[in-house]
Ligand binder design. Structure first.
Ligand code: CU
Length: 168
């Protein structure tokens, strides 16, 4: 049979175990500082990048973008992979769209290019990657700026839509 002092000592011991456990958890998991949250955000956005592909022309030398229209959602991260399967040089030129978007990264021929994208030049068989976040809703014109190409049909539209929770 337990004496009163044994019950009392048992209770004290349990309380001490609880306090030390709580201290251990608090030390291992300190509350997240604001800086930590900011550091994590770009990595999360990178993981969620939606991949898109566009071809500038085709093997037969057609002067077109494939596809010639994209529907994008503001605030979402996209990774646009551009290639040129045609026998001649082409440009992906959409300066107004670029101004309405935030460029995170541009990579062409394995080299990262810094700064804003207004126009990307793709030589035959070249590939480029553009990681961006569209921001300002609207319809933006895309064209190849080589003389005669836009007139022959090498144009497109890039649409940025507001997130569904926002009104346009
Ligand atoms: Cu062209």
């Amino acid at each position: 049979m337990l004496t009163l002092s044994e019950i009392f000592r048992g209770a004290i011991a349990r309380i001490l175990v609880c306090i030390s456990l709580w201290l251990a958890i608090a030390l291992v998991n300190p509350p997240l500082a604001q800086a930590d949250v900011t550091d994590i955000a770009p990595q999360l956005a990178r993981i969620n990048a939606t991949e898109l592909h566009i071809s500038l022309g085709d093997r037969q030398g057609q002067l077109k973008f494939y596809p010639n229209h994209f529907d994008l959602i503001a605030g979402q991260t996209y990774k646009l992979i551009l290639d040129n399967p045609s026998p001649e040089k082409h440009y992906f030129s959409a300066p107004d769209f670029a101004a309405a978007s935030w460029t995170r990264k541009v990579e062409a021929a394995g080299v990262e290019v810094k700064g804003t994208v207004r126009e990307l030049e793709l030589k035959p068989n070249a590939e480029a990657e553009w990681v961006f976040v569209p921001e300002k809703p609207g319809d933006y014109h895309l064209e190849c700026t080589i003389s005669g190409h836009a007139e022959a049909g090498m144009t497109g539209t890039l649409t940025i839509r507001a997130r569904s929770s926002e009104s346009v």
